[in-house]
Design a protein around this ligand. Structure first.
Ligand SMILES: [Zn+2]
Ligand SMILES: [Zn+2]
Length: 412
């Protein structure tokens, strides 16, 4: 009986998403045609909140940040007798990249989030005791850490579990997103004439180069899964003046927060050592918060993958999925706060953050793949909501995995 009921819900949700397909495609295209940078996503924010209002969601626009939002749908009039029902969270991103527009395909993430929410809404209408769905608009994933600010503002506290999808060049319900923290380093020395009296100078560029080389030299002792990338952003103004000031900007990444802690300490020592060897002063400014590694909840991920497969999406085995390299996302922070998934789904063979991927993010094919991802998200929400007992297992796995892979990266 339970299965039959779930199948009915699936049908209602899938049909709703199919019926709204062309409207959803238009929504995605409008965002794609109007790329906006982090924290300036006013057009997309307006479009998405107006759409959700039209579909009877209870919308809080400017939800703790100017371009964030919250939109909830609950079939219940009296929220107090929620009892055991669950709250599912769905995330939309909609920021673009400088110069190359929607080359990360966040227009499709917005589309998928809205589509999934509308699918779940239709099913909730026909089965009012299931629970409620909350959609969050999260700005500035690209370098602004919008979700990190939203967590601080207690934005996702109300949900039992939460999810989003990301377009990619393959399907993966268990993708790798590693922890990342940025650091800006400035060396200060002393100017001198580079020919007339170089021994009078304290060369800040030497310190920056030494730091860069120190990092390069350490790579042999680094785990293959660790990453450091550095650029020298300032290194003097004229070759005949010993530079008094030089700067680096680095990204330091590791698969888990405990590993990132170790790597951060090593890198910090290299920066200090370069200052000591050259006689420079150094300022080391680590970002306040890292992008944490994604902790995928395997029950949610397996449910998502099984549904996506049923809808025709091919998947490699999980052990291959987890060995594919990846970048970092502020959804990692959400995933260490609430049980979550962030599956990748195929839209094109191109790589994200390229002009090719930007073009693909606006195609009809990308929209069609997004419909499958959206249906799979909606089905995952409905699967868990119709079996609330699963939350015990989900929460148990969540707290165990966060204990091992998660935590805080304390600043020393
Ligand atoms: Zn990106
Ligand atoms: Zn992205």
């Amino acid at each position: 009986m339970a299965d039959l009921k779930f199948q009915d819900l699936v049908k209602i949700s899938d049909t709703r998403i199919d019926n709204l397909s062309s409207e959803l495609h238009q929504l995605s295209l409008k965002i794609w045609e109007n790329p906006e940078l982090k924290y300036e996503e006013f057009f997309a924010h307006n479009l998405l909140t107006e759409t959700l209002k039209d579909y009877n969601f209870d919308v809080n626009p400017q939800f703790t940040l100017p371009t964030a939002f919250r939109a909830a749908y609950s079939p219940k009039i009296n929220k107090e007798d929620d009892g055991d029902t669950l709250t599912a969270g769905i995330i939309c991103e909609y920021d673009a990249l400088p110069n190359i527009g929607h080359a990360c395909g966040h227009n499709l993430i917005a589309e998928a989030g809205i589509a999934a929410a509308l699918g779940v809404q239709a099913a909730l209408k026909s089965s009012s005791s299931l629970g409620r769905v909350v959609v969050y608009g999260t700005p500035a994933e690209e370098g602004g850490g919008g979700k990190i600010k939203m967590i601080k503002n207690k934005c996702f506290e109300e949900v039992d579990f939460i999810m989003m999808v990301h377009p990619h060049s393959y399907n993966a319900a268990f993708p790798t997103y590693i922890a990342c923290i940025g650091v800006k380093v400035t060396y200060k020395g002393h100017q001198a004439h580079a020919s007339g009296g170089p021994w009078e100078g304290v060369n800040a560029l030497d310190a920056a180069v030494m730091a860069y080389n120190g990092i390069s030299m350490m790579r042999q002792q680094m785990k293959p899964t660790w990453r450091i990338h550095a650029i020298i952003t300032e290194g003097g103004t004229a070759f005949n003046v010993i530079p008094a000031r030089a700067s680096l900007h680095c990204g330091v990444r590791a698969p888990t927060i405990p590993e990132l802690k170790i790597l951060k300490k090593k890198v910090h020592s290299i920066f200090e050592a370069a200052a000591r060897s050259t006689g420079c002063k150094v300022e080391i400014n680590w970002d306040g918060e890292p992008y944490k590694n994604l902790v995928t909840n395997s029950i949610l991920a397996t449910t998502f993958q099984e549904n996506a497969q049923e809808l025709g999406a091919p998947y490699m085995p999980w052990y291959e999925q987890i060995t594919k390299p990846g970048g970092s996302t502020d959804m990692g922070n959400v995933s260490q706060y609430k049980p979550a998934i962030h599956p990748r789904y195929f839209v094109s063979n191109s790589v994200t953050h390229t002009p090719e991927f930007q073009a693909e993010a606006g195609t009809k094919e990308a929209h069609q793949y997004t419909m499958i991802a959206a249906k799979s998200m909606a089905r995952t929400c409905l699967h868990i909501m119709s079996q609330p007992d699963l939350m015990k297992e989900i929460n148990m796995e969540f707290s165990e995995s966060v204990k091992v892979q998660g935590g805080e990266l304390d600043d020393e």
